[in-house]
Design a protein around this ligand. Structure first.
Ligand SMILES: *[C@@H]1O[C@H](CO)[C@@H](O)[C@H](O)[C@H]1NC(C)=O
Ligand SMILES: *[C@@H]1O[C@H](CO)[C@@H](O)[C@H](O)[C@H]1NC(C)=O
Ligand SMILES: *[C@@H]1O[C@H](CO)[C@@H](O)[C@H](O)[C@H]1NC(C)=O
Length: 287
């Protein structure tokens, strides 16, 4: 017997050592998305989970290294799941019929299965599962919010689009009408995408916070309005903010509150890829 035969099993007990690793057996995964997980040291019982969904060209390990969530997990002791897109170009499938439906077998389903696996495996707290996504990942975040409202307590997306906006009826398609801000849907039509993602759902939906830059030339700023129209309708909130805070959380960002569960943050002069605000994210999640 080698020393490592004793040490390796010990090191793999959750909570003993900090670990970043790939998980291959997380459940049904027809789209072949990859799962990576980070567990900090001294994980408390029933930890919270944050899912960090990368942008186009991203990878699980790249997002682990390039976003603040590992550092925040070390401080606050939660698990981070880093899904990795299986599609060429590293964008998420946010455009197919299957991904826009609960348990439709596409990328959104794979991510939901990663969460279900992690809740079981680590006895994580099912009431404290959160998602943040950037760009393509932000679009995915809005689909997860719509299709799995029972799985996620809160969702933050950076520079994404409304659920369904990118629909093309093809896997990981690019919808230039959406990205260009040339959609002409009514608030009720926007809300229908959310209802259709999980027909008949009547329960509580995740709290949402969405960031968008006014100078975004990749995903036109009109997408901020589409998202607000979509979710204010779903929540039954007014279409205009009930409270507005200038220069919050920083200079030139305006925070708009539509109700308890919907906050928009419009970043004046900021382009695509609004920088992530990890510490603010923690406050929104209550971590
Ligand atoms: C962000 O995410 C929310 C919910 O996840 C979604 O409805 C919204 O459309 C997305 N869009 C933007 C611009 O952030
Ligand atoms: C974009 O809009 C044009 C004009 O309304 C329409 O012909 C076209 O099919 C749309 N493209 C997509 C991907 O929806
Ligand atoms: C978004 O909505 C606001 C408020 O109704 C409006 O002033 C603004 O012009 C809209 N932005 C875009 C890009 O359509």
């Amino acid at each position: 017997m080698k020393l490592s035969d004793f040490l390796l099993p010990l090191l793999s007990i959750p909570g003993v050592c900090a670990q970043f690793q790939q998980v291959t057996n997380f459940g049904s995964n027809p789209s072949k998305a990859k799962m990576y997980i980070y567990t900090p040291t001294n994980l408390p019982p029933n930890p919270a989970i944050v899912v960090g969904v990368h942008y186009c060209t991203g990878t699980g390990p790249g997002y682990y290294n390039g976003s603040p969530y590992k550092r925040l997990a070390d401080q606050k002791k939660f698990i981070v799941i880093y899904p990795e897109s299986p599609n060429s170009g590293g964008c998420w499938d946010v455009s197919s019929r299957a991904t826009l439906r609960r348990d439709g077998g596409a990328d959104s389903n794979a991510i939901a299965n990663m969460v279900r696996y992690t809740i079981n495996q680590y006895k994580a707290d099912p009431k404290r599962v959160y998602v943040i996504g950037e760009s393509s990942g932000g679009m995915m975040a809005s689909i997860l919010a719509a299709a799995y409202p029972d799985l996620f307590a809160a969702v933050i997306n950076y520079s994404g689009v409304a659920c369904g906006c990118f629909f093309t009826d093809s896997v990981a398609g690019w919808n230039s009408n959406c990205s260009g801000g040339r959609m002409n849907l009514t608030p009720a039509q926007w809300a229908k995408y959310v209802y259709d993602a999980y027909p008949g759902y009547n329960g509580v939906r995740p709290r949402m916070q969405l960031y968008h830059g006014s100078a975004d030339t990749t995903i036109a700023p009109a997408n901020y309005n589409y998202s607000i129209a979509q979710w204010s309708t779903v929540f039954g909130y007014p279409a205009t903010p009930i409270q507005q805070k200038a220069n919050t959380p920083e200079s030139k960002y305006t925070t708009q509150i539509f109700g308890d569960r919907l906050t928009g943050i419009y970043a004046s002069g900021v382009g695509h890829g609004v920088p992530v605000h990890g510490d603010e994210d923690m406050k929104f999640f209550g971590l």
